[in-house]
Design a protein around this ligand. Structure first.
Ligand SMILES: [Ca+2]
Ligand SMILES: [Ca+2]
Length: 274
């Protein structure tokens, strides 16, 4: 979360929160909140599949309302309408970064596109401007789906294998459950991400292959390498006497939790020989 400071720089929260520079303790600066996100394969803004936008830093006066994080768009503050959107930042915000400002009040929130603020830019201020922001704006949220992939600026490291389904993002001015299951509006303090595995891991098993028995003029049973009756069913030519080719069908008993080593689950036609 962003820091608060009087006649000094107020640092933004981790992951893109913008800074502000306050003139005094009665006209403080408040850094913007950072985003929370999930990245795949590389630690890059261009590898993000889920982003929760950070809220803007508070204004210098009690009546100033900062903008909450998105949602598809970050919200505006009393000072201006600079929330990050799905495709752009304004008011000095940038892709992944909230705006910094030399004014009293709030920096922009981090996010998919960071929030902006009055007199905002990507330059960290070294002094106060004697002007006000009346609060920073929120960064936008994002989920990577087939319909939102085109919102990425060029340079995305992901591909369609990573599209999410049934994904949504909720703005910080809406009610949702906190990590303990209690309803809250927005979330203060550090970000929080919970990952729950909902699809059981498949357990690979070797694909059976045929084998050759030696003719002995008696009825012999099939001999199939890697056949495991606890995991597989078999039907077809289970026994034979004469020299020739015999064919069986082998299937997995539980295709929800098991697959062949190559990831497939379909039935196999396997020959064995005498
Ligand atoms: Ca002021
Ligand atoms: Ca104000």
């Amino acid at each position: 979360m962003g820091q608060s400071a009087g006649g000094a720089l107020a640092t933004g929260g981790f992951n893109g929160g913008g800074t502000a520079y306050g003139s005094s303790t009665s006209e403080p600066a408040n850094g913007g909140g950072g985003a929370s996100d999930i990245r795949i394969s590389s630690d890059s803004l261009y590898s993000r599949v889920i982003v929760a936008g950070g809220g803007g830093g508070a204004g210098e006066d009690v009546a100033d309302t900062p903008g909450a994080g998105g949602g598809t768009s970050g919200l505006r503050s009393t000072g201006g309408n600079f929330g990050g959107t799905q495709t752009a930042a304004t008011g000095g915000g940038a892709f992944g970064y909230g705006a910094n400002t030399p004014n009293d009040g709030g920096g922009g929130g981090g996010g998919w596109y960071g929030g902006g603020t009055v007199n905002g830019s990507q330059t960290i201020p070294t002094s106060n401007s004697t002007s006000d922001t009346s609060g920073g704006c929120g960064g936008s949220g994002y989920v990577y789906t087939s319909s939102t992939a085109s919102n990425y600026p060029s340079g995305c490291t992901l591909n369609s294998n990573y599209y999410l389904i049934a994904a949504e993002t909720i703005a910080g001015d809406q009610s949702f459950n906190d990590p303990n299951g209690t309803s809250e509006i927005g979330h203060s303090g550090n970000g929080y991400i919970r990952i729950t595995v909902i699809d059981p891991n498949k357990i690979s098993v070797p694909k059976p292959t045929g084998n050759t028995l030696t003719f002995n003029n008696t009825n012999q049973s099939y001999s199939i390498n890697h056949f495991d009756s606890s995991l597989m069913n078999i039907s077809g030519d289970l026994t034979g006497t004469n020299i020739g080719t015999y064919t069986v069908i082998i299937s997995l008993k539980d295709t929800s939790n098991y697959c062949w080593m190559d990831g497939t689950t379909s039935n196999l036609t396997v020959n064995w020989y005498i």
